[in-house]
Design a protein around this ligand. Sequence first.
Ligand code: 13P
Ligand code: ZN
Length: 271
Amino acid sequence: MKDILTAPFVEEMKKTTANMYRLGWDERNGGNISYLLDGDELARYLDPGRVIRRIETGVRAKELAGRALLVTGSGKYFRNVTDDPETNLGVIRIADDGTTAELLWGFCGGGRPTSELPAHLKSHIARLAADPENRVIMHTHPTHTLAMNYVHELDEKKFTHTLWEMCTECIVVFPEGVGVLPWMLCGTNEIGEATAKKMEEFRVVIWGMHGVYGAGRDMDETFGLIETVEKAAQIYMLTAHLPRLSTITDAQLARLAESFGVKYRKDFLEL
Ligand code: 13P
Ligand code: ZN
């Protein structure tokens, strides 16, 4: 059996959480990540028959029964993941009942998965239906995106359009736009359901006055998606109070999307 601390999926999680902390997106215990694992790969690092303890998740995710995920812990700080992955991370497997998590590794000292597990599990189900290769759900509090929530209308079409205008490549990176939810109580099944509903059509969902959810096939793709939204929001926040002398027109945005061959939300443009 190989040492799980050397597993590529643990390494990726360490690097990503450290990076997100460094960018100032994940203060204190802010943010959480879940990463669907390949069962055969996992079996090289741990005995799948050895369940350390069972944790009630409070959410029903029958579609994920038997699937294992590497997840960040509730109340744990991204800042501390690299130094102590075994306390701050855990590998859980969704039991046959769909509501129990079997702890296979980690959460030393009695930890449990992120309080946002409902949104993560429901979003995985929604994204897997849209793209069977989807593996990662990432929640974070990126500074400029959050700031933009307070000064920009929380309207899907308008918010997406503004982001697309801020950097030439935005429409290529998230051609489907961003989903937007109003402020809702976090950590609940209700926000989990609402996020998953948006995830049926978007890979990025803004949680009004809270943060962002992103989905992707791997850590790089998911991180890059949120990073691109955050960059656009930063440009917006740097310029929103200044006279606008130039912009990327809707005709230019359409040309970009067509030239890169991406399927974009035409109804988010005025052509
Ligand atoms: P957890 O510490 O439970 O993961 O919660 C952090 C967070 O960002 C809640 O939205
Ligand atoms: Zn949060």
